[in-house]
Design a protein around this ligand. Sequence first.
Ligand SMILES: NC(=O)C1=CN([C@@H]2O[C@H](COP(=O)(O)OP(=O)(O)OC[C@H]3O[C@@H](n4cnc5c(N)ncnc54)[C@H](O)[C@@H]3O)[C@@H](O)[C@H]2O)[C@@H](O)CC1
Ligand SMILES: Nc1ncnc2c1ncn2[C@@H]1O[C@H](COP(=O)(O)OP(=O)(O)O)[C@@H](O)[C@H]1O
Ligand SMILES: [K+]
Length: 552
Amino acid sequence: MYVVTAEEMRKLDRETIEQLGIPAVALMENAGRAIAEEIIALCRSRSGSAGSPRGDAGTAAAGTAGIGGGAGPAAPGFIVSGDAALTLGTAAGERWFILVGKGNNGGDGLVAARYLREAGIAVTLVYAVPPESLTGEAALQRDAAAAMGLPAAVYGRDRLDFAECSGILDALLGTGSAGAPRGAYAELIAAANASGRPVVSADIPSGLDADTGALHEPCIHAAVTVCLAFLKRGLVQYPGAGAAGRVVVRSIGIPASLAQSGGVEACLLTPEVLRGRLAVDVSRSRSPEGHKGTYGHVLLAAGTMQMSGAGLLSARAALRIGCGLVTWALPGKLLPAVIGAVPELMLTPVGGENGDWNAATAAEVLRLSEGRDVMAVGPGLGRFEGDAAWLRALWEGAACPLVIDADGLNILAEADYANWASRSHPVILTPHPGEMARLAGVSTAEVQSDRIGLAMAYAQKHGITLVLKGAHTVIATPGGQAYVNITGHPGMGTGGAGDVLTGIISGLLAQGLDAAQAAAFGVYLHGLAGERAARQRNHPAAVLAGDIIEAL
Ligand SMILES: NC(=O)C1=CN([C@@H]2O[C@H](COP(=O)(O)OP(=O)(O)OC[C@H]3O[C@@H](n4cnc5c(N)ncnc54)[C@H](O)[C@@H]3O)[C@@H](O)[C@H]2O)[C@@H](O)CC1
Ligand SMILES: Nc1ncnc2c1ncn2[C@@H]1O[C@H](COP(=O)(O)OP(=O)(O)O)[C@@H](O)[C@H]1O
Ligand SMILES: [K+]
């Protein structure tokens, strides 16, 4: 499922209209109809007439079946069915205010209003601006609605009482919105939010920045957002994702092939995207002839006395995700404390019997990396004298993919690593927002203000695969693609969960997945395991990092 910017959406609209010859008014008709269907579904679910909409749809069978009220099954015969998704059994008490803006978003709302009226729902159009100021397709829809006799009010001119409505369609501002809502728009948004009535937003909640997910003041807080054609970036990034409610993406006739050929590079990380675009074998099939050598060997350089658990978590996660072998290179003085904690793990002390990390241990780690399939650096590593030279030696010397996390990232952030020799094997960086801020030289708030945009730019600039962690983790590739993950939950904000992810990604790399595959599939599986762990523990808050490993 593609995730687009407002600019990309405008281009796709234009191409559909100009190259395919589909009129703009047809797209708007599809959009308005889709929105109406979702509102009708909402009304149906709250009237309790859930279940199959067909029951409401005026299905009529010829003959006696259904007429005499007989208890037996209907005889097969001539079947006619109505427009189920646009039909509501009983619309009693439903009265919707349709908030109409000046642009095409308002046009979508006007189309939806016609279909709602047809379903028996009382609608009142509430124009944010004088209706005469609408132009193009939106003006055409205004006239159609007037010709149908739909009641209309103009904000500021007519009396409006939101207590009189049972629901609100927000068709004020869409992807053409710029900056914070002004004037009547702002006042209508505030009134809608204060009404306590469910709000359905057309395309995006009005007041949301469609690209970044930032909320302007004010911004609609929707129960449902009917997103048209393609997901907008602002709907998958927080806080926007929180203001959108349940997001339904509805087709309006713009072919996905246009997005593919038109260079849309971001998509939601779904099983289909994993299987298709990323070509991941999601079944993780193993050859019947396979042996531990087949599934790769991870070398982990991690751990200090204070953070010995990080190495254990990463190592166990790599093993649990299915790699053949894991060797943990750890400071010699740590060895007695962890020996036997994970019997499946091989331990190799560096820096001497009682030694600690120092710049000279890089040569030992590099020697250990010979013939290994992946090197993972950073969990619980701490900082030490000469750590930049140490990491540079690994970066330039390790002849295998490199996964860098935690203090490994803090070392990178202080080093001028753009000047390090370029690697012939890929690098995956797995920062949380704080680490990302240090890497990019910006504030954490700036990172969070446009996670997709920042991750895509950083990964391309530095030629690395980036995993920007946190709610809706973004995976960005050096080739400019981005994937937004939606598995997982806030209970995964717990010490060590990131170390587990490092182990999972490293373990997948060892099994032969490429960097984008391992990063994306790893993040996806990590989130799924977190969800499973929350179910097993009966509450997300109870999940510990180790539970995520057990749930893999
Ligand atoms: N072919 C198309 O272009 C299609 C567009 N569609 C709809 O059209 C929307 C985009 O339409 P538009 O580009 O006309 O833009 P909008 O409908 O989002 O509104 C833009 C208008 O709102 C006003 N405005 C912008 N920012 C404002 C602010 N901060 N405060 C107050 N007023 C503000 C301006 O007058 C501007 O003309 C989409 O989100 C979607 O709902 C759909 O109808 C499908 C087809
Ligand atoms: N709200 C959330 N929703 C989904 N995943 C989350 C959420 N909060 C944290 N996570 C995930 O939990 C992990 C935490 O990693 P990190 O911050 O590095 O922890 P640590 O350094 O303690 O290991 C990341 O994979 C992150 O994406
Ligand atoms: K809207």
